[in-house]
Write a protein that binds this ligand. Structure first.
Ligand code: ADP
Length: 704
């Protein structure tokens, strides 16, 4: 019974074991370890095995046959299956194989881990080998998915990393542009950043010199071991020899050569180009533009190929914008600095003294050499001490010249700092040695663009010599006038007595008569001249006093024309009236004697300077629309005045250079005309053409 019971129990156990093996999710096979015969295998195993077998061995025909007969061609990962089984049988060391790929029509590709394990008898001998096949498809697929996700992640990561590096380069350049002015320094920072973040093998920054049509090297970087002489040839590159050629100064897009070596091989790039020769592959050249101006180039080369939209190209383009601005600012800065130096050197060389004072502390911030010389101080003494603290400033109290109070020169600056403008005023300078000099000074406040006052400027010249010459001349004039007037008045008086006596007693012979007339005329002429000289002194000493009364200009002019007509036979003097009748009156509040002097001077000049004779037109125009003034003109057809002389003829003692010197004169008449007319509130000017004649115009205000 027990034996029967045992037998039935064993049978049941085998049945269950079979069932378990049949339905296990693991493929199992048992081999005889001696001849590697396949003894038994479950269905799963057979299904998988069939995918490796040719049609002859399929459908379980392999059971009972040694592995060596049906599996010789099966290699798992380069190891022959037979060898693996033999090794396990001999050594007793189990074998574990991973991820066997099985492709079936039903499930497609599946992955199996497999193993060969030895089964030993009581003596430890390997009698059987058990092969298992374990489906790991899900794990493999999950792992692959994870790997793919990991790859995608690392691709994103490297893109982010490239962007980070690009931003870092651009930010470094932008920061250096904000912090520094020196382009070379900024350029070096930019090239270092490019080298550090993108492993550029060489990089360089060039500035465009449009005048010379060349690119000038600002700075360059190259990998250690590079040829230091290489950059020498890059110091000056004519525009037409750059990679973009003559287009360089028009090209705005970066030039990207992805792989120079390939391009050279394909004949697209000159093989002899030094870049090709030194093994450069990727090359970028970014033209730097600031607004409409080409400022230079930023270039970099790499020993690896690059992409047109790669991070290194983007970083260079991004940095290029900031570098272009830096180059433009440096250019403007240096041209301003050049201009400033030029201006200062002009100011330094001017013979006029120039000072600039600062409003904040009334200190002289600029003085040229002439200023220091005129003031008798060193530049150091002049600069940096506030005006009111200068040791000499107290010496000026109560100073005068020729009895008239005179403005100390430093007051001209102080008044300009107070917003006043002073034009050509005589000021006093007392040098440290005590010498007094007179300067002709102008000063004015200086304003910034926003209208705020920043300081004041003073320009002055030493006029002491002219001043004393003038003084001597005035002294001479007043002495001469005084000393000449008395004898001439006496001569004139006696000549008149003799004339009178001659007419009363007996007629004179013609020679005596001529002599007497000449004495009278010439002494009258001399008196006239002396009067004019006296007038000049009076004007200069501000002593010309007008005796103004209401008087009729028309009748004054008519009288002068009558008296002048007598003096000439060659000229015909005509009075032309415009807007007036001969019977009208033109009342002006004027000094009658001075008016006679003005008309006499203009008409006598018209006669004198048309020696060939001819018509002289004296005109008067009074229009209702300009009722408060009258226009008077004197027109001749004489020698005229050259255009370059016209601005000067109203200056005292000036005579035109085209004059025939036989035409006598001192150059005083027109000066007096101008002074008298201006003092009456009028204007005088001339229109003339050399050889054609002149017209002098006078406008005088009327008493309406
Ligand atoms: P003067 O006649 O004594 O030289 P003025 O002051 O009257 O001095 O004139 C100054 C100069 O202007 C003259 O020397 C002459 O060159 C020029 N001038 C004046 N009037 C005339 C004129 N009507 N035609 C040509 N030149 C004139």
């Amino acid at each position: 019974m027990p034996a029967m019971m045992n037998t039935s129990m064993n049978a049941r156990t085998y049945r269950y074991t079979d069932m378990m093996l049949e339905h296990a999710s693991v493929g199992i096979a048992v081999y005889d370890a001696r001849d590697l015969r396949l003894l038994e295998a479950n269905t799963l195993f057979m299904t998988i095995l069939n995918t490796f077998l040719d049609s002859h061995w399929q459908c379980e025909r392999v059971i009972g046959h040694p592995l060596t007969s049906w599996a010789t061609h099966i290699d798992f990962y380069a190891l022959s299956v037979v060898e693996i089984f033999c090794t396990v049988a001999e050594t007793g060391v189990p074998y574990r194989g991973a991820e066997l790929v099985v492709t079936t029509g039903k499930r497609g590709t599946t992955y199996w881990n497999w193993s060969v394990s030895p089964v030993r008898d009581e003596d430890g001998r390997v009698t059987h080998l058990v092969q298992t096949l374990n489906d790991v498809t899900e794990q493999v697929l999950a792992r692959r998915k994870a790997e793919q996700a990991q790859n995608a992640l690392s691709r994103t990561h490297s893109a982010v990393e490239a962007e980070r590096r690009r931003l870092e380069v651009v930010e470094t350049v932008a920061r250096s542009v904000r912090e520094y002015l020196d382009t070379e320094h900024i350029g070096n920072i930019a090239l270092d950043a490019i080298a550090e973040h993108f492993q550029a093998d060489g990089s360089c920054l060039h500035i465009a010199d449009h005048a010379q049509q060349v690119l000038r090297l600002v700075c360059a970087r190259q990998q250690e071991g590079g040829d230091p002489e290489g950059w020498k040839s890059m110091e000056y590159i004519p525009f037409e020899r750059t990679i973009a050629g003559k287009q360089t100064c028009r090209q705005r897009e970066p030039i990207v050569l992805e792989d120079l070596q390939v391009a050279a091989e394909m004949g697209l790039f000159n093989k002899k180009n030094p870049l090709v020769a030194v093994g450069v592959r990727g090359y970028v050249c970014v033209p730097l533009w600031f607004g409409d101006r080409f400022e230079g180039t930023l270039c970099a080369n790499f020993t690896r190929p690059i992409c047109p939209d790669g991070p290194e190209v983007k970083a260079l383009v991004g940095s290029g914008t900031h570098l272009a601005a830096a180059l433009a600012h440096a250019r403007l800065h240096s041209s301003t600095a050049r201009e400033q130096t030029r201006l200062l050197s002009i100011l330094d060389q001017l013979p006029e003294g120039i000072l600039i004072a600062d409003i904040s502390n009334s200190t002289i911030t600029y003085a040229n050499l002439a200023a220091a010389n005129i003031l008798g101080l060193s530049l150091d003494e002049l600069l940096s001490t506030p005006l009111h603290r200068h040791p000499w400033s107290h010496a000026y109290t109560g100073q005068s010249i020729d009895g008239k109070p005179i403005l100390p020169w430093n007051f001209a600056v102080i008044r300009a700092l107070g917003g006043e403008t002073i034009k050509s005023k005589e000021t006093l300078v007392i040098k440290p040695c005590g010498t007094k000099i007179v300067t002709l000074t102008s000063s004015a406040p200086l304003y910034a663009n926003n209208g705020a006052m920043t300081g004041a400027m003073i320009v002055f010249q030493d006029v002491t010599a002219q001043k004393s010459l003038e003084q001597h001349k005035n002294d001479f004039l007043s002495i001469a006038n005084h000393e000449l007037r008395t004898p001439i008045t006496i001569i004139q008086g006696f000549a008149e007595i003799l004339q009178l006596k001659a007419t009363q007693d007996q007629p004179l012979d013609s020679l005596t008569q001529y002599a007497l007339t000449s004495i009278t005329e010439q002494s009258q002429h001399l008196t006239h001249l002396i009067e004019e000289m006296l007038d000049i002194s009076r004007i200069e000493q501000a002593q010309l006093v007008l005796r103004r009364t209401p008087c009729d200009l028309l009748s004054i002019l008519a009288r002068v024309i009558d008296s002048q007509s007598i003096t000439t036979r060659q000229h015909q003097l005509h009075l032309v009236l415009d807007g007036l009748q001969t019977t009208d009156t033109l009342i002006a509040y004027a000094d009658e004697e001075r008016m006679v002097q003005v008309f006499n001077n203009l008409i006598s000049n018209a006669i004198k300077y048309s020696p060939a004779g001819g018509e002289i037109e004296i005109g008067l125009r009074h229009m209702p629309e300009r009722a408060t003034e009258v226009l008077i003109w004197v027109k001749d057809h004489g020698i005229g005045i050259a255009a370059n002389e016209i601005p000067n003829i109203f200056k005292r003692f000036h005579r035109a250079s085209n004059l025939d010197r036989s035409l006598s004169g001192f150059g005083i008449g027109l000066y007096l005309v101008k002074e008298v007319v201006i003092r009456h509130g009028g204007r005088v000017w001339v229109e003339s053409q050399e050889g054609q004649g002149s017209t002098f115009y006078v406008i005088l205000p009327l008493n309406v």
